[in-house]
Ligand binder design. Sequence first.
Ligand SMILES: [Zn+2]
Length: 503
Amino acid sequence: MLTKVNMWDDEHGWQHVTVQEASSIYHHSINLHSNVFLCELCGQYINYIASQGRRLNYFRHNNKSEDCEEKSTGRSSYCRTNPLGFSLPLRIWIDGRRIEIFLGFLPLTEEWIKRASSKGAQLRIRANGVLLKTFNISSDRFLPNKISYLSVGSNFAERYEIDHDMDECLDVWPSTVLGFGRNGTMFSKESGRRLERNSNVVVGCEYVLLVPGNLPLVRNKDVSIEDLKPANGYQVFLVKAKSISLGAAEFFLGYGLRLTDQQAELTQVYPFAVKSHYVLLHQSEKVWFHKTKGHIDVSPNPSSRAFGSCMDMFAVSGGIKQILSLSRFEEHTGVLRYIMLRKVSSISQPIKAPKVTVVDSKNSVVPPGESKVLPQKRFISVTPEYDGMIKVFKGDLEIDRVPLKGGCAACVDVDRNRSYRIYQGLDCVYKITFKRPKAAKVISDDDILKLLSGLKGKEVSVSHSLGSLSGKLADMPKTRIWLLKRIRTGKIYDSAIKILSQL
Ligand SMILES: [Zn+2]
């Protein structure tokens, strides 16, 4: 019998409802197609069965419904992707009409990386049984303090399967990564991360939606939808819920997501730690957190969690590597957020960033930042540690990309008024901008004076701003004297102000 059931409330969104409460509203059965009762676990509508006889009323999934953790038909083939109930992160990078896909791997300890490296361990990524990529598990690619994103190019799949030669990593690297749904898949616009199955979307936040090319998108007045350029045969949209409404909630439900006005937050409060979205490095016996809602699980040792006097504050103790997850329900059910806690001996060392060497034609190092001079022969030579790319920008507009091969030098022509950003994986590790020196003045002091002297028309009072302007006309002495005379008389032509304000 299903107990985790929601009903829509116009003010608060999806709200929990019991069988007893449902019975007081409905005296007859409600079919799932009436879209009244929702399974809180999997986000599918369910049946409400009102039995007139001796049996009790109950909620039930349809036999044909998709897999649910609490499907009560007895024929469920549902199996979680891993015991911790979450998938490793998946990120996309949209480059014009091409989408690149990255899978994220939680960090391994230094000892693990060393051991894997010495035995030549490999990591393989497959989709539908076909091998997509093989990576060596070594310190070149895997960092002990940071998630590593590995590219599978533009290989779209509903699921990615992972296997590797490191049995010890099974709990950190679940064997399945959720990929692209048949109806469409939603990503955070900010990070490019795929939203997990049944996760929350927040009113007012922007998301990128990828929908297979042949599927029509059902528009909705409560959701703002902006069409972007299609890529890799997918339609690409920028979507945002305008308000909490059943219409908007159903739009997102179509992609397996739950609309809310407030995200379940998990915040580390004490002591000092180095944090990123999935990894937290600390040096303490106990790390304190605050959560806004949901259930907390700690793995591998669940007893290491202790609640404070206020139930929303809790501490996690011990262990060099633990996974903390925040779920809709107990026991890793409906994971909303997870983070790896790593106890390290020192966090004062900066997190190691991939090394990239940038030199000019004379082999002198070109420091990042802003530069008013171009290097001689107008090129830079870039040697990255790993495969990556250089993105060339004109203002905010990306105008070119140059692929980089790990360990190989690449020469890149540079020009003024351009920025060059060097990426290793998804991280920008170096940025240089060549600025154009200020253009010489086209209009001379004499020209301006001639223009001002010939003016006629309506006179107005001189304002304070003209006084400060005169201070800025050091390189236009004749115009400045003319302006100072006007300031002394207190009157100036209206049209003169317009000319002066453009200087
Ligand atoms: Zn369900």
